[in-house]
Design a protein around this ligand. Sequence first.
Ligand SMILES: NC(=O)c1ccc[n+]([C@@H]2O[C@H](COP(=O)([O-])OP(=O)(O)OC[C@H]3O[C@@H](n4cnc5c(N)ncnc54)[C@H](OP(=O)(O)O)[C@@H]3O)[C@@H](O)[C@H]2O)c1
Length: 373
Amino acid sequence: MTTMRQLRSRVTDDGHLELRLAEVPMPEPRADEVLIRIEATPINPSDIGLLFGAADMSAATASGTPDSPVITAPIGAAGMRAMAARVGQSLPCGNEGAGTVVAAGSEPAAQALIGRKVAAIGGAMYADYRAVRVADVLVLPDDASAEEGASCFVNPLTALGFVETLRRENHKAIVHTAAASNLGQMLVRISAADGIPLVNIVRSAEQVALLKTAGAEHVLDSTADGHMGALIDAIAATEATLAFDAIGGGRQGGQILTAMEAAVARRPGEYNRYGSNVFKQLYIYGGLDTGPTEFNRGFGFAFSISGWLLFPFLAKAGAETTARLKARVAAELKTTFASHYSARIGLAEALDPATIAAYNRRATGTKYLITPN
Ligand SMILES: NC(=O)c1ccc[n+]([C@@H]2O[C@H](COP(=O)([O-])OP(=O)(O)OC[C@H]3O[C@@H](n4cnc5c(N)ncnc54)[C@H](OP(=O)(O)O)[C@@H]3O)[C@@H](O)[C@H]2O)c1
C-alpha cells in the first residue's frame, strides 16, 4: 500500500497533546475529486488553534526521529474540559493549501485539471497529498505559483466578507484591530480600492509605519498616549459603526464601542440619557488574546456584540456571492491578496520545538509556509 505523511494532533485522555507525522494511506480520488500534491500551505492562527489547542507549548518536549518527530505537551484541567470533544481523536491539521493536480477521478471536470495548479480549503493540508472535490478547488491563474495561491481562501475571503457585511448591514466604515496582520493588510488594500473608510488599530509604532506605507489613512497605536482621544477622532471622521476585533480578550472591543458612542455624542442634539440611538456592531472574529473579554458599558443600549466566522458567513451569503468573492481573489491574487512569508519549512520542521516557538508567536510579518514537497 502506498502511504504518505500527514501532520496530526491528538489530545490524550491522560492530559497531553501529541503532535506527530502519521504515515497514512495515499488518498484515492473519487469520480468528482482531484489528488493535489501539496506544495505550499500556510500556518494561520486558526491552524495553530487546532494544532496546539489549550496545551502549554512552553512545556513541550520532543521525541521520535528527525524524519518522524513527536511533540508532547501538557494540558491543564481547564484546557482538558474545553477540549473534551476531541479527546482520543487524531486530527489532521492545515486548513488551506495549494499544489499540482497529479491524479483525478473519472469525471471530465476532474480529468481536465490534471497538471493544473490549484488551491483548496477543507483541512488535512499539512500532508504530502490531499484529495479534494473539484467543486471545492480554486484553479490558479496560469502564471501563479502554489506559494502565491496557498493563502487564497481564509484571509482573502474573510477580508472581503467584512466589506460584504458592511454593505449588507448598512454601515459606512470599519474599525479593525490587530490590523497589521496578513488579513489586516489585505483589508487596507480592499478599503483603498473600494473607497471604504477604515480605522486600523495596531499595537506598536512599527506597525503604524507599516500600514501608513501601505497607504492606510487612519492608523492608531493602542499603546500610545492619548489613544482613546485619537480613536474617537478617527471614528468621528469616518462615522464607523462597525468593528471587527481579532483580539477577543481584554478591553479593546469595549473601548471601540465606547469610542463610537463618544463620537456620536459629539454631534449637536444627540444627547440622550440612555445613550444614543445609533446602532453599533462589534464582531469578535479571532482569539489572539484568550483572556476574559471586558466591557465597561459606556455605550448605551443600541449595540450588538457577536461572533463572526467565515464559513457560516459564506453559507448565509449564498453560492453566488461566494463565487463572486472567489473570482475577485483569483483576479487579484498577486496584488490585493498577496501574502508574505518569513520562512518556508518542511513537514517535519513544523514539529521542531524552536520552530514551533517562532510561529506560535503570531507576530506581524512572521507567517510560516509549510512546503511538504
Ligand atoms: N473568524 C474567521 O473566520 C477568521 C478568518 C481568518 C482569520 N481570522 C483571524 O484573523 C486574525 C488575523 O489572522 P492573520 O493570519 O492575518 O494573522 P497574522 O498575519 O499571523 O498576524 C497576527 C497579528 O496579530 C497581532 N497580535 C497577536 N497577538 C495579539 C494580541 N494578543 N493583541 C493584539 N494583537 C495581537 C500581531 O501583532 P504583533 O506583531 O504586535 O504581535 C499580528 O499583527 C487571527 O486572529 C485569525 O484567527 C479569523
